[in-house]
Design a binder for this molecule. Sequence first.
Ligand code: LLP
Length: 421
Amino acid sequence: MNYFSYQNGTMHCEETALEQIASEIGTPFYVYSAKSFTDSYNNFANAFQSRKNIICFAVKSCSNIGVLGLLGSLGAGADIVSGGELYRALRAGIDPEKIVYAGVGKTRQEIKEALEAGILMFNAESAQELDVLNEVAGSTGKRARVAIRVNPNVDPKTHPYISTGLKKNKFGISADTVKEQFRYAATLEWLDVEGVHCHIGSQLTEVSPFGEAAKIMASLIKDLRADGIDIKYLDMGGGLGITYNGETPPNHSEYAAAVLEAVRDLDVTLIFEPGRNISGNAGALVTRVLYTKDTEAKHFKVVDAAMNDLARPSLYDAYHSILPVRETDAKIKCDVVGPICETGDFLARDREAADVPVDGLYAVMSAGAYGMSMSSNYNSRPRAAEVLVSGGNYFIIRRRETYADLTGPESVPAFLRTGKN
Ligand code: LLP
């Protein structure tokens, strides 16, 4: 099913025209398809239905509570990395017993909040963290279920900024020394050591690194059980890629086959933390052309969305397909740039794109993951609105920020106050 398609020459998300949304709420805005989220989640879940499993959506990829609420209603749990993400997941009604908590820098306060919420598991990333978890669990009087994040040293063959399972990365504990840490954790009074965790990177487009990592994890689980450590959960993290520009990532059943093959003789509950695979192609960023500009070197389309709205092109040189909302055959080689005062503020460079005139709309595709969730207020730009489409209806799940939102948490110090501010 195509969640974004042209109907009568104009792009729709499901049955809702993007032009209609733009004329009613203005631009830029993120638009998500509820059906896309639902289908991706269900396909992922179905691929593992032969085994006990929990699918914990990676909140960092798309954090809006409207989206989390939708996924929660389908049975998803949450993979969180901060107290803020815990708050969002709980607000969205996600079952705390399906929440796993990763991250190399959990604070004592965050750990306490997660213990009080009764989350399923902490994915511990260092020996020191094990001690802190034990200490906070003891002082809170609530036992902490723990997995240790293993760094399996598998090359995910993806962008270096989003590779996480190599020895040189800051994440997890090296597979060579991790058994020691498991044995140590098992001696700590307030910890229940029940899981192994890994996450080797993001936007993987090959299946073999997943299979390789799963084999390393499976053999670790066998060794730990032989040592008397009763591992119940294998958390394989996220990382399954999507198509941005012709990539052919494994489909859900290929991915499942690689993981299931490695664990076929193990009785263990599988946990997955997909983010991008569920949210990436569910969303687009819709933006209006403000100006067109020719220089000696280039043709520019200046649009009203910028790097503060979608950081991926400037941050990772990431490719997002940019399509005209109103179908046209006219093409032009151009840079699509935003209003921010930085040369790095572009959504596409040297792109053969549709030649959309001033006041026309572009849809920046595959922007559902790490789009809005990485946005900022740089250049004091109010953040974009977010809408969730279901069939022929749309729902504003985050209103556009106002200028007052920008300065809301700020204040002019008393010694400067003049009565005017
Ligand atoms: N689990 C853990 C522990 C993670 O660190 C991540 C992502 C995920 C799950 C979800 O990975 P996914 O299924 O979405 O690949 N901002 C970058 C991506 C950073 C990913 C960080 N960790 C981007 O825009 O490409």
